[in-house]
Design a protein around this ligand. Structure first.
Ligand code: DX5
Ligand code: ZN
Length: 231
């Protein structure tokens, strides 16, 4: 389970949007593995952010993969737009579908557009069993550790059980965690079995970005190794 390197994915939601190009360069130089891009529609979540044209411009100046987190009500309708804009990872919320068949249709729409890595996200109050039947269809499960919509919220530790549940069940795909990750909470995520770690305010709010990203990687890897030793 631990062979895959940890992925540190700064969330651009906390960057200076007036200087996207500069901010992308700044986090890439600091060691970002992926760039996490939060797309909100003012409907699925009570906030609005950005759409395909902006993702396309981020892609044009980015060297690392774009991890696009769709917090929008009709994800399948926008599969082509985000795939063409350059999303390497495209994740939709299970709460936007009302059946497993509906969720599979979204996955199918993403795959039909050539998305490399397809993810499904689950809100903090969602039962992990909701994604159980979808595990064979997706590459990544995003376990939300805050309610989606805003950066800078407090980490909800009870969601760590979902990460453990997935690993105990033998899920070998990627597990991403998003919301409230910082120097204290990120190692808990890695120890539980998460390997894609998103942080917005904790990275962009730091004085030394490289030290922060490097520190997150180191403490995450250490927590993961300690956990595998006690098992
Ligand atoms: C929340 C977003 C997150 C957000 C995380 O809806 O999905 O990606 O940017 O921000 P922090 O790390 O500040 O909690
Ligand atoms: Zn996000």
């Amino acid at each position: 389970m631990d062979e895959r390197p940890l992925v540190i994915a700064p969330s651009l939601l906390s960057c200076d949007f007036a200087d996207l190009r500069g901010e992308v360069a700044r986090v890439e130089e600091a060691g970002a593995d992926w760039l996490h891009v939060d797309v909100m529609d003012g409907h699925f979540v009570p906030n609005l952010t950005l759409g395909p044209p902006v993702v396309e411009r981020i892609h044009a100046c980015a060297a690392v993969p774009l991890d696009v987190h769709l917090m929008i009500s009709s994800p399948a309708d926008y599969a082509g737009a985000f795939a063409r804009a350059g999303a390497s990872v495209l994740t939709f919320h299970i709460e936007t579908t009302d059946s497993i068949a509906g969720a599979r249709e979204v996955v199918g729409a993403f795959r039909a557009e050539g998305v490399e890595t397809v993810g499904v996200a689950l809100n903090p109050d969602g039962e992990i069993e909701r994604v159980a039947d979808l595990l064979e269809d997706v590459d990544l499960v995003l376990v939300m550790s805050v309610f989606p919509g805003f950066g800078g919220q407090v980490f909800l530790p009870e969601v760590l059980d979902k990460v453990r549940w997935l690993r105990e069940r033998g899920w070998a795909g990627m597990i991403e965690m998003d919301g409230g990750l910082n120097a204290k909470t990120l190692p808990l995520c890695a120890a539980a079995g998460a390997d894609v770690l998103v942080a917005g305010s904790a990275i962009f709010g730091a004085e030394d970005l490289a030290a922060t990203v490097g520190g997150f990687r180191e403490s995450g890897e250490q927590a993961r190794n300690e956990e595998s030793r006690v098992r």
